[in-house]
Structure formats: C-alpha cells, structure tokens
Write a protein that binds this ligand. Structure first.
Ligand code: PGA
Length: 253
C-alpha cells in the first residue's frame, strides 16, 4: 500500500485526476471502477477540465460504479445515478453505452436473491475486470457499501445500511428518515480483482479510520483492511485525514 499525503483537498483532487488520466493514457479502453460520495467530486471536476482542454479523451473508457441506494429513482438528486451524471458523465465524452451503475428496484429483490447483482458481476467479467478502481472510505471503514461485519460478500449484493452510514449520509437529505435503509454494492471480490486501486480520503472525519487502516491487520470488521493483501493500492490522503498516521513528516508534505 503506497501512501501519498498531500496538503489539502485541492491537491488531492488534482493528484487523483492525474492518476486516473495516466491510467487512461496508458490504456485508452480502461475499465474504471468509480465511486461517489463527497471525496471524489474534485477529482471528477479536474478530469472534466482535462477533457474540456483537450488533454484527455475518455471515449473508449468503460465504467462500473460501486454502489447505489435502493428506493431512489435514478433521477432523484441523492441517487448515485444522478450524482454521476451531474458531477461527471454529462460533462465528458464517455458514450452512454459504456457507463454502468448497479440498480435494483425496491421490492424487486431479496437480500439473498438478486439477479441484477449477478448480471452486474457478469458484465464486469465480460469486460475483462476492472483496471483501476477508485474508492472512498467510510468512517467505519466501509468500501462501497461493504459494511463492517463478521463476513464480507464477494459478489455484488444487497446490503442493509448501518445506522452509522445512514447518519453520515443524512447530511445530503432533509431528514434521516429519507435516507434509504438498503443499497446495492459491488462486493469485495470485484474490488480486490481490480488491477489497481486508488483510495481517497479527505478531512479530519477520516483521521481515525485512516489510522486504523494503517495500523490494523486484515479483518472484516474493517473492510478497507482487505486492501492490505492487494498488490497495487495507492492511498491519497490530505493532511487532515492523515493527521493520526504515524508516518514521517516528510510524507505529510
Ligand atoms: P465520503 O464517503 O466521500 O462522502 O466521505 C466515502 C464513503 O462513505 O465511502
């Protein structure tokens, strides 16, 4: 796991965008695993600028998003479909047919039986798997919506969101009751099978979980800790998120 500590959110966004752009320049038909949340918004903004300036083309890229709430229509402002179109897809040149997000109708699937989930995994496999997976990290260590648990699921699946995650995401809704209770998420299998992983963390809210990620061994109660056994993970954190890391001051920039 390679750690890069940058000054602030602006630097994090630029470094993350350059990381993704380098991947695409190296392999124009890259399969990108994409994340939502507040953290990657700046990265999407910087990538958009690169495309607008003619420095980068995403025309051959294929994307698979990590997760989506269940119970929000794709045009709901808090759905991840809406987020991705608003922050990224509507501004760049990825053909619509190459964009994929998981979607499960409310009531259409049970936790133990999700055809749409299996179809999503098959589609990722048919595209040869993910070349670069972008991840955020929850304050409880979740990646995607793979929540701390005594076991983790390999494939795309339906999850009951933890109270902590619902509380953390309530800031985007008017009331906590509006935050969906369920979501669909890629499992840790597709994430761990990605050739390369880029994990982003910004702000003091993340300093505790990053310190745990740095110090703790692999355990399902800290889903992000699985990344310790992946061969190519880069973490970009800003100074606030890195505040509790016992790494040399030189790394902190
Ligand atoms: P955030 O979410 O970027 O909004 O902090 C990250 C996550 O929960 O994975």
């Amino acid at each position: 796991m390679e750690w890069r500590i940058v000054k602030d959110y602006e630097e994090l966004s630029l470094m993350a965008a350059r990381f993704v752009a380098a991947q695409v320049k190296n392999k124009p038909n890259s399969v990108l695993g994409l994340a939502t949340g507040s953290t990657p918004i700046g990265m999407y903004r910087e990538l958009t600028r690169m495309v607008e300036r003619g420095e980068l083309s995403l025309q051959q890229v294929v994307t698979f998003n990590l997760d989506e709430y269940i119970g929000l229509a794709p045009d709901h402002p808090q759905s991840y479909h809406y987020y991705m179109h608003h922050h990224f897809f509507s501004h760049v040149d990825i053909p619509a047919g190459q964009i994929h997000l998981p979607y499960v109708e409310k009531g259409a699937a049970q936790e133990e039986d999700c055809e749409a989930c299996e179809a999503y995994d098959r589609m990722i496999e048919e595209h040869g798997g993910i070349d670069l997976q972008v991840l955020g990290i929850g304050r409880n260590g979740h990646i995607g919506f793979n929540e701390p648990s005594i076991s983790l699921e390999v494939g795309t699946h339906i999850v009951t969101l933890t109270e902590e995650t619902r509380q953390a995401n309530a800031r985007f809704f008017q009331r906590i009751e509006e935050v969906p209770t369920h979501a669909v998420t890629m499992g840790v299998g597709s994430i761990m099978k990605a050739e390369r992983i880029l994990l982003l963390a910004s702000g003091s809210d993340k300093k505790e979980v990053l310190a745990r990620l740095y110090a703790e061994g692999v355990r399902t109660e800290l889903p992000a800790s699985l990344l310790h056994v992946h061969q190519d993970v880069t973490v970009i954190a800003d100074r606030e998120a890195a505040a509790w890391l016992p790494v040399g001051e030189s790394l902190k920039g």
